[in-house]
Ligand binder design. Structure first.
Ligand code: APR
Length: 243
């Protein structure tokens, strides 16, 4: 099968990263002044960090959770939700949005076929019983699990460095039959997400990258667009809908 943007794609997989939420006021990680320039990921985003100083980790995620409560989707999130609806209405094929982001802006925008491979900031997990629940409250060790009653066992339902991302079987199954793979607002630094473009190319897909500036795996993409997501994503989505 030849890889070409001219073939009307049937099965699309879109991967998003922090860059799509940057213009909604949520920080990225590796841009100048990013989250990992201010906070040490090894202390705040690893199981070891949580074990050695749980209060510091809970405070870090409680602050990000509070910051998220007021955030709203931007034109890029809305364009992807609109593209999904148009894709499904036209019966074009499979549509899957995989996000590395733990915010809920894709949900707020109306995206439905959505997987959070790094978890969700507005969910909490009990380390005693595994119960996961929607939670917009600050995380503290004084709180009890609503399911098993354990105290001091709550953590954010997010994937830390060294932990296995979520939904990987469904993601790789989708990448086996993808015709069009699109990465938006991600630096291509963190695996396994950074390797999805290689899986897509192996399946014969056309690959597109939309970010503010080139990232670590940009050379692997057939097509690239540079710019702010709120400008380049709606334009790209409109062109794709018109195909
Ligand atoms: N519009 C489009 N892209 C943008 C914008 C913008 N307004 N601002 C920044 N970007 C791009 C940058 O060019 C970069 O490619 O977003 C990307 C941000 O890269 P990172 O900060 O590394 O974020 P991300 O790729 O999502 O990180 C992956 O790393 O720390 C972990 O779990 C965390 O999910 C995260 C993962």
């Amino acid at each position: 099968m030849t890889r070409s943007s001219r073939n009307p794609a049937r099965n699309i997989v879109i991967l998003t990263g922090a860059g799509i939420s940057a213009e909604s006021g949520l920080g990225t990680f590796r841009d100048a002044g990013g989250i990992w320039a201010k906070f040490d990921p090894m202390k705040l985003a690893t199981p070891e960090g949580y074990a050695s100083d749980p209060d510091a980790v809970l405070d870090f995620y409680s602050a990000r959770r509070a910051n998220l409560i007021g955030a709203r989707p931007n034109a890029a999130h809305l364009a992807l939700a609109g593209l999904e609806q148009a894709w499904m209405m036209a019966g074009r094929g499979e549509f899957l949005l995989v996000t590395q982001n733990i915010d809920d802006l894709h949900e707020q925008a109306g995206s439905a076929s959505l997987l959070h491979m790094h978890g969700e900031l507005l969910k909490t997990r009990c380390t005693e019983c595994g119960h996961v629940f929607t939670d917009r409250e600050p995380l503290t060790r004084a709180r009890a699990c609503p399911s098993c009653g354990a105290v001091g066992s709550l953590r954010p339902h997010v994937v830390w460095f060294g932990e296995m991302p979520l939904e990987m079987e469904r993601i790789y199954a989708a990448l086996e039959s993808v015709d069009l793979f699109v990465a938006i607002g991600t630096s291509g630094t963190v695996w396994p997400a950074a390797g999805f473009v290689r899986e897509a190319r192996a399946a014969g897909a056309w690959t597109v990258e939309l970010t503010l500036e080139p990232g670590e795996v940009s050379a692997m993409f057939d097509e690239r667009h540079d710019g702010p997501a709120t400008q380049i994503v709606p334009d790209w989505a409109a062109r794709l809908e018109a195909v």
